[in-house]
Design a protein around this ligand. Sequence first.
Ligand code: ZN
Length: 535
Amino acid sequence: MSTATSPAVNKSAAAPKYSLRVYNTLSKTKEPFETLQPGKVGIYLCGPTVYKPSHIGHMVGPIIFDAIKRYLEYVGYDVTWVVNITDVDDKLINEANKRGLTMAAVAEEMTADYHRNLAAMGIDTIDHFPKATAHMQEIIDFTQKLIDRGFAYASGGDVFFDVGRDREYGKLSGRSLEAMQGEGGGAAERKKSSADFALWKSAKPGEPSWSSPWGEGRPGWHIECSAMAGKILGESFDIHGGGLDLVFPHHENEVAQSECCHGKPLAKYWMHNGLMQASGEADKVGGGGRDRLAGDQAAQEAGKIGKSKGAQAFSELLKKYAGETIRFFLLATHYRRPIDFSEERILDVEKGLDQFYRFFERYKRVTGDDFYTLTSAAHREQGDFTPSADATEQAIAEHRRKFLESMDDDFNTGGAIGDLFELVRLLNRYVDAEKLESTGKSDAAKVAVLKRGATVMRELANTVGLFRTPVQKPGAAGGANDELVGKLMKLFIEVRAEARKNKNFATADGIRKGLAEIGVVLEDRPDGTSWSVTK
Ligand SMILES: [Zn+2]
């Protein structure tokens, strides 16, 4: 985590040669991806309001943008990624009062929870985590500038943005001025128009507050993002992201504030991810189910997690599932679609992932090398290769091409993961067909093709943050126990093989079924039997 406060220095002046396309909420079309400065990308993603422990909905944006940043770097961009922490807010004040703590204590506890969850998910690519309370001067200066330019007005200790003065208001969400928003009650009486929203709120007695030209108070939520994004990424930057539920009013208001303040576009591309919803609710909220793409904010919001039964603490979920399983689950859906959440679906994903883990074990048996120590290309150009005449090597190159094509097309991680599945099936078939696991049969040229395939697998998976390090499944025994389990499983497999040899199929089946009940799956191959844990 860095604390630099000025826009990063332009390290490379060359724009990567690959052509990416990005869906822009602003134009509602896929556009060619062209950065403001050659070779550089600035990303701002709206982060959490830290008043409760994170739930899975809070991890969707970070996982998607972690994959996007990794991919952009792989393609050749120098990426700066900012995720803000909202540590002053009504919800925080209420929670602090409920628990008899200060707002800062609640914020600190929940920020630590957020960071722990990001770390458990392997999200280590965020460059800045600015906190609103550490940027009061920037927020006050921003607000003053809007007043000076005639876009905001002070009223009874509050400051409001004058929506009627912004001719472009509504351009992001497509909503008209008539859409009601913001504060009711006392604040409504101090506004010129009901659509105006607060930049600064006067403090009520006992609330945390900061001194300002308009009296003691605290900032509104929207202005925090405008001020912090401007400070770290500059007045204009490349990508602004967030959940679809933030398009209106939050992002619409950020656009209004920043563009009226600076007189230039805030972000070139607005990327919005679909919302996490409890499985089964997809059909309730519009009938389109998982085929719906972005643009239907109200429908997706109706079913989103946080408003539904799926909002268990993320740290609880991590006790049951490996971070990689959750990452795989989230990336398997296109980022603009709503994500149906259920533990059954996560279990399905776990089974799918086992195909990869089993392949990595086979790879080690064949080559003696660990998949996780394979050196693969960190940059796309390095990974380009001309396949030999070997049909499998040609198929490997073709899967690589398709994976990259999926990612170039609006970061279609779902399509890309489909390509990884095809690659792992190809490689497993190859090991079987060439009997590479049989001792004494390894043919150097064939092993080289397998190694090519595994290296490409590692290269591609790493671009979306998958298969970087071996996974320790939650609850899995470690250390000495692992060794013991290994020996026991070897014994079980031998006893079963012996039973089968003696045509005692009842015993052999009994062993298989008994193991399956405790989550251990046996897999018979021409060269022997392997085992894996499914839960
Ligand atoms: Zn924001």
